[in-house]
Design a protein around this ligand. Structure first.
Ligand code: NAD
Length: 254
């Protein structure tokens, strides 16, 4: 279905991005992965992807505009852009480190701006493109102690709508996918901090903080987000643009 299309997925050495890279490769797209991690693990991921489709790795720190610009210059045509890289920090506002605020805004929000800006000229020239921003239920609703993350995710929801309107007549769609809790390293890392801040056990964090807002009481599966991304890249999804699609077990329906 996506044969002949080239996808760049920021932050795809782990979690949701890794699953999306796998799903796009299975659908026939050439994939360019990005993100931090153990070199041997990245090589193994590339080997798996190359067995399905064509795959390569582009090193760029998504908090640095100059590195993003440089890789897009090297990559040339990108047809599918998945803005996925993200980090989290959980703390009360008065204790929230300014450097954590800056890093979250840079990686979770500004990188999507820089990547979209760099990818857009080639998409416009081709008359076809797909931009998918991995937002969050936190692009629609808030939780305490996540000021930077919620601000960045609400920001990416706005960025999605604005760019979608700009390119609506050019064969390019721009959408956000907003997952609820997905059990990835990003979520696993915040369990101990949340337990400490709220004075509860880690098991209670999972039951009473993470899964409490999700009516299904289950984490969202990374492969289901991959399947959603593949659908948004399909011809059948050509009229879906500027949307913020929830995949959150019913969280924001409440
Ligand atoms: P993860 O920690 O498993 O993966 C994050 C990826 O981003 C990794 O590949 C990491 O190397 C990369 N990354 C981090 N900083 C980077 C940087 N400066 N430059 C380049 N790459 C960088 O996290 P995840 O849960 O898969 O999260 C992926 C996205 O999904 C994030 O935007 C996150 O906010 C969003 N999201 C996650 C959940 C969840 O419950 N896990 C829910 C909603 C939205």
């Amino acid at each position: 279905m996506l044969t002949g299309k080239r996808a760049f997925i920021s932050g795809s050495t782990s979690g949701i991005g890794k699953a999306i890279a796998g799903s796009l490769a299975k659908a026939g797209a050439e994939v360019v992965i990005n993100g931090f991690g153990d070199q041997a693990e990245i090589e193994a991921q590339l080997e798996t992807l190359n067995a399905i489709s064509k795959a390569s790795y582009a090193a760029a720190d998504m908090s640095k505009a100059t590195e993003i610009e440089a890789i897009f210059e090297d990559l040339g045509q990108i047809d599918i852009l998945i803005n996925n890289a993200g980090i989290q920090h959980v703390a009360p506002i008065e204790d929230f480190p300014a450097e954590s605020w800056d890093a979250i805004i840079a990686i979770n929000l500004s990188s999507a701006f820089h990547c979209t800006k760099a990818a857009m000229p080639a998409m416009k020239k081709a008359g076809w493109g797909r931009v998918i921003n991995i937002a969050s239920a936190h692009s629609l609703v808030a939780s305490p102690f996540k000021s930077a993350y919620v601000a960045a995710k609400h920001g990416i929801a706005g960025l999605t709508k604005s760019v979608a309107l700009e390119v609506a007549e050019l064969g390019i769609t721009v959408n956000a996918i907003s997952p609820g809790y997905v059990k990835t390293p990003l979520v696993e890392a915040q369990i101990p901090d949340t337990a400490r801040i709220r004075g509860i056990t880690e098991a209670e964090v999972i039951r009473d903080v993470m899964l409490a807002p999700q009516p299904t009481k289950e984490f969202v599966a990374t492969e289901d987000i991959g399947a959603m991304a593949v659908f948004l890249c399909s011809h059948a999804a050509k009229a879906i643009t500027g949307a913020n699609l929830s995949i959150d077990g019913g969280w924001v329906a409440k």
